[in-house]
Design a protein around this ligand. Structure first.
Ligand code: AMP
Length: 190
């Protein structure tokens, strides 16, 4: 399996690019945000629990998120590879993912990060909110809080994967096609 973490701040284009890479390389795409939204829509116990955090733009607690992620991965034992989108978002999640994959004889082959300046992203997210209907995309203070969560808890993961020699940053500004090409160049070599 070739497994990657698609990384970047909120609004960087991870979801869009994951869909394209998934098709190109026949991978499984796991977006923890999508799984939470599915559970919220279907009013499951997990959804009810996650909703308050997501609505506020806070991270959902690690234990809940890690357990959910493991279940998702276990559904795809024979995948060619997995694109992790929106996970890990904390150092504990990254450590738990490494332990979990090692137990399966698997690993993360690389973290590929879409690097985009924050100023551009707030505008982008507010635009997306007009069509996505996502509660966390419509209010600027919630968006700012998501960046705060990203900067204080998630951004450190660059160092975590760098220390493993597994961090690949790419310029996340450009057309969708240009960015897919940049991602594919990294994917092909890792
Ligand atoms: P996303 O669709 O990736 O932007 O995620 C939307 C929201 O879901 C985030 O703002 C968090 O509240 C929650 N969420 C998604 N993934 C995680 C994660 N790995 N850890 C904690 N919370 C998460």
């Amino acid at each position: 399996m070739k497994n990657i973490v698609l990384f970047g701040p909120p609004g960087a284009g991870k979801g869009t690019q994951a869909d394209l890479l998934k098709e190109k390389y026949n991978l499984v795409h796991i977006s923890t945000g999508d799984v939470f939204r599915y559970n919220i829509k279907n009013k499951t116990e997990l959804g009810l629990l996650a909703k308050t955090f997501i609505d506020a733009g806070d991270l959902v607690p690690d234990e809940v998120t890690i357990n959910m992620l493991k279940e998702e991965v276990n559904k795809h034992a024979d995948a060619n590879g997995i694109i992790f989108d929106g996970f890990p978002r904390t150092q504990s999640q990254a450590e738990a993912l490494d332990v979990f994959l090692t137990e399966k004889g698997e690993q993360i082959n690389g973290m590929i990060a879409l690097e985009v300046a924050e100023d551009l992203l707030v505008e982008r997210l507010l635009e997306r909110g007009k069509v996505s209907g996502r509660s966390d995309d419509t209010d600027e203070s919630k968006i700012r809080n998501r960046f705060n969560e990203y900067n204080t808890k998630t951004a450190v993961l660059k160092d975590y994967y760098n220390a493993q020699g597994n961090y690949y940053g790419i310029n996340g500004v450009g057309s969708i096609d240009e960015i897919t090409i940049r991602l594919a160049q990294v994917f092909d070599k890792i």
